[in-house]
Write a protein that binds this ligand. Structure first.
Ligand code: ATP
Length: 634
């Protein structure tokens, strides 16, 4: 399975992404470069001091000064080298931190279906492994490249001072090395990117396999899964091996080039010494410089390779950067605001557009009338019945699709959800019921038409503000990583122990919690609670919020009697003072609904109570029959 869905990033985009990680650390990078240059300068000075030692020997002068300088250079170089190592190591970790943070924020802030169409395993690989490749590239490699280049330039200048003829020979050998490098290096980035993509595919395939392990085993498909997984493992290995071969080639060329230069300089230099053009000390110093070129040249090679891997990672990270966020105005600050615990949106008491944030514990999330925004209806002293009949949610002419060129999922939906009461959605599979809930929760934006929360168009509210009016109980009720307590308090972290115990009692979860080794603080997994218990935990989570609108996607599979009773009780109690919208799969749910909407082919085709629909709607009757519902007299 090829999990990547994005086009490859161009090299200029990759460079830009890489630079965007380095830019915030320019000061540290500058300091690192200075240290690096200082260490290099110590290295560059050594041959000259060696020449000083040799010249002193020739004229019988004291060796004390040059030897002291040589030892001093060594010690200073070692000290500065240590500082540079620590500084750059820290910088590299900071860059990984930034990259991971940036991607995590993007995942959490991106549009729901943009995220869902990608494989979770692949998204995980980008955060965990691609960032590691990036770190060296955006820190040490940049400095190494500059330093290596300066070192080579410095060596060449000093060599020019010693002898121009020998310099010419050295340059010729270096030119050959550089040309071969220029050809090999871009190939490394391409191969590395393919290796990383294979790793991403492996992550996604492995994640899917582990998730479906029961199906895999019951289908006796371990062998086929193994083959598929190993294909990705092999592909990653193949690309990485190619990269290793190219790198080995580059290193060998660099080594041979240098050795060749050394031999040529030695032969030519010996001849020039014998001819009396240069002294022996000059030849020795020159040879030391050629020898010393190994360091910066290797540094250059290594860092160019690192840079290529980093560029490949930057390409994949740039694809994450391109994922559209839900709320462009608030962008990722919304997520950060929530992470800092500043309420449902970005600031305490107010959302990112100055709209007062709802009190999540007030039982009525979302903007109170007159508070929702500039065009919100005026708060009036309306009677209870007026308030109840005023729609909390309206959909006017809503049409939506999941992809721009995809088929229409729902069409021309007009719907008013009163502030209290129970609205049930029924319809055949693919009719558009879940899509309707996604639109209400603003996971999906309508292509045409408008949604309004207490009269305020969704467009004037941030997604977080819209969602604060809802609690959503998914059909699959996924487990959120954490303990049972954390799962329960997920939507209402401020709920106190008393409220927690109350909902546990209401949903008959007390016994289950008591039986667990650490009670509420037991880690919740897919296996330590039953499907029905998980559903009741999800219901408890919703009840703790006491939302203005409770959205409930009923499980299609048969649930146990306790859970079924808990669902009925939850709906009935909540519908008395707030709105409940259910996707109903059980007769017991629809019979009690105040209003039932029958959906088919993305439209609402019939509407009424159970009794009315039994006489007026052929589709409803067939749905009831298909579900083998017992039909009480309506
Ligand atoms: N994530 C998605 N991407 C693309 N198309 C989708 C997506 N989810 C649903 N659809 C399509 O939208 C249409 C409505 O689907 P939806 O899930 O809303 O139906 P449903 O009534 O909830 O069905 P079910 O009872 O089987 O869950 C279908 O044609 C479906 O194929």
């Amino acid at each position: 399975m090829e999990a990547s869905v994005e086009p490859e990033a161009s090299s200029s985009v990759r460079m830009k992404v890489l630079w965007s990680f380095a830019r915030p650390h320019l000061k540290v990078l500058g300091l690192g470069l200075l240290l690096s240059l200082a260490v290099s300068a110590m290295g560059l000075a050594s041959p000259m001091v060696t020449k000083w030692v040799l010249d002193s020997l020739a004229v019988d002068a004291s060796l004390r000064d040059p030897v002291l300088v040589l030892v001093g250079l060594l010690l200073l170089g070692a000290g500065l080298g240590w500082c540079q190592w620590v500084l750059l190591g820290r910088l590299a970790e900071d860059i990984v931190y930034d990259a991971r943070r940036r991607m995590i924020l993007r995942y959490l802030g991106s549009r729901v279906f943009e995220l869902l169409r990608r494989s979770p395993g692949e998204l995980v690989t980008r955060v965990t492994s691609d960032t590691v490749l990036l770190n060296q590239a955006a820190s040490t490699a940049i400095i190494g490249l500059i330093n290596g280049a300066i070192m080579i330039l410095g060596s060449l200048l000093l060599m020019a001072r010693l002898d121009l003829v020998l310099l010419g020979t050295t340059l010729a050998a270096l030119a050959v090395v550089l040309v071969i490098f220029a050809v090999l290096m871009p190939r490394i980035a391409t191969v590395e990117e393919k290796a990383q993509a294979a790793l991403g595919d492996l992550g996604s395939d492995l994640e899917g396999t582990v998730r479906a392990i029961k199906t895999v085993k019951s289908s006796r498909a371990e062998g086929r899964r193994y083959e598929s997984l190993m294909r990705h493992v092999g592909s990653s290995r193949r690309h990485s091996l190619r990269s290793v071969k190219i790198q080995a080639g580059a290193w060998t060329v660099a080594g041979v080039g240098l050795d060749g230069a050394l031999i040529m300089v030695l032969a030519l230099g010996a001849w020039r010494v014998s001819e009396g053009h240069i002294g022996v000390s000059t030849l020795v110093a020159f040879l030391l410089y050629v020898w010393g070129l190994t360091g910066p040249l290797m540094e250059l090679t290594q860092n160019l390779t690192t840079l290529q891997s980093g560029l490949a990672a930057a390409g994949r990270i740039s694809q994450v950067d391109a994922m559209p966020v839900e709320d462009r105005r608030a962008d990722l600050r919304v997520v950060e605001g929530v992470a800092r615990g500043s309420g449902a949106v970005t600031g305490p008491g107010h959302d990112d557009f100055g709209v007062p944030a709802p009190d999540p514990r007030s039982g009525r999330g979302g903007p109170p009338p007159g508070d929702a925004g500039p065009e919100a209806p005026e708060a009036t002293e309306s009677s209870d019945s007026e308030t109840a009949s005023r729609p909390v949610l309206e959909l006017a002419g809503v049409t939506a699709r999941y992809a721009q060129d995809g088929p229409v999922a729902v069409q021309g939906i007009d719907l008013r959800v009163p502030a209290t009461g129970h609205v049930a959605l029924v319809g055949p599979s693919g009719a558009g019921k879940t899509t309707l809930l996604s639109l209400m929760m603003r996971f999906l934006e309508p292509e045409e038409g408008e949604l309004r929360l207490r009269g305020t168009p969704y467009g004037q509210l941030s997604p977080a503000l819209v969602r604060s009016a809802f609690a959503y109980v998914e059909q699959e009720t996924p487990v959120v990583p954490g303990t049972i307590r954390e799962n329960l308090l997920f939507s209402a972290p401020e709920a106190d122990e008393h409220e927690l115990q109350q909902v546990l009692r209401r949903l008959q979860l007390e016994d289950m919690v008591d039986r667990l080794p650490h009670g509420l603080d037991t880690a919740l997994t897919d296996t330590n609670v039953s499907g029905g218990q998980r559903q009741r935990i999800a219901l408890a989570r919703a009840l703790l919020v006491d939302p203005a609108v409770l959205l409930l996607d009923e499980a299609t599979a048969q649930v146990d009697g306790v859970t079924e009773a808990a669902v009925q009780e939850t709906i009935a109690t909540h519908a008395r003072h707030a709105a409940v919208v259910t996707i109903a799969h059980r007769l017991s749910t629809v019979v009690d609904a105040d209003r039932i909407l029958v959906m088919d082919g993305g439209r609402i085709v019939d509407e009424g109570t159970h009794g009315q629909l039994l006489t007026s709607s052929q589709l409803y009757r067939s749905l009831v029959a298909a579900l083998r519902m017992e039909t009480p007299v309506g």
